[in-house]
Design a protein around this ligand. Structure first.
Ligand SMILES: C[S@@+](CC[C@H](N)C(=O)[O-])C[C@H]1O[C@@H](n2cnc3c(N)ncnc32)[C@H](O)[C@@H]1O
Length: 224
């Protein structure tokens, strides 16, 4: 299985972002978790990629405009969950809203912001090597290059290899899309500062700070 082979060649403490959709085969739902749980990877998070639009020609179910991205982790030693993300990355939510890429001739390219978000969040200022085993038009490699990492791409189509190579050569042209994503990684207050100031929300808020609406909603919920 490719996922286990990738596990073998990834350094301990390394991460792998795996993109897949929920699919149906003869009416039966096939969920990526079904096979990911059978691999050696620790599943750190399921992220929803909200594409906002997707082809829809049948009405068997509601319009599926989302894909899934799994943050998979290879533990170092016995610590299964690894290090925390820096707050400026962790304060982005687990729903990633990126519309599909329009200007790329590849049939299924990532928007550049997507691999920028994944790589920048995990690596922050550290440098490493990024591998994309199905690199297509090279979007992940462009992201890695812009962020200053080494990169390896594998692609079966010579045409896409050539396209990816040209793109890498001219990646300065795409810098502004990467920068636009990176400006979203900001933090006004760290988790520690929030905790010290008692700035929790919802059920974690100190009782005197909880809003009336929240308490009313809770009562309603408990009475159902
Ligand atoms: C979904 S696309 C990846 C697109 C890429 N993320 C991008 O932004 O352009 C998957 C790619 O995997 C390639 N592919 C399929 N089977 C492969 C194989 N066995 N080895 C290497 N590449 C393969 C396809 O040609 C296709 O370009």
């Amino acid at each position: 299985m490719v996922n286990n082979k990738l596990f073998r060649i990834t350094k301990p403490d390394g991460s792998f972002f795996y993109n897949h959709k929920i699919r149906w085969e003869r009416g039966k739902l096939l969920h990526p978790m079904d096979w990911l749980r059978k691999t050696k990877w620790v599943i750190r998070q399921e992220i929803i990629w909200d594409r906002m639009i997707a082809g829809n020609i049948r009405g068997w179910r509601f319009w599926q405009v989302e894909e899934r991205i799994y943050w998979l982790y290879k533990p170092k030693g016995k610590k299964l969950i690894g290090e925390e993300l820096k707050p400026k990355h962790a304060l982005l939510t687990s729903i990633w809203r990126f519309p599909p890429e329009q200007k790329n001739p590849h049939p299924a390219p990532f928007p550049l912001a997507l691999p920028i978000r994944a790589i920048y969040s995990i690596m922050d200022e550290k440098k490493g090597v990024v591998l994309d085993p199905y690199c297509g038009s090279g979007t992940t490699l462009v992201a890695a290059k812009i962020l200053g990492h080494g990169f390896i791409g594998i692609e079966i189509s010579k045409e896409y290899v050539k396209f990816a190579e040209d793109r890498l050569e001219n990646c300065k042209k795409e810098l502004r899309f990467a920068e636009e994503e990176m400006t979203k990684h900001i933090v006004m207050k760290t988790f520690k500062e929030r905790k010290e100031k008692g700035e929790f929300t919802g059920r974690y808020a100190p009782k005197e700070k909880r809003t009336k609406i929240f308490d009313e909603q809770k009562e309603l919920f408990l009475s159902v």
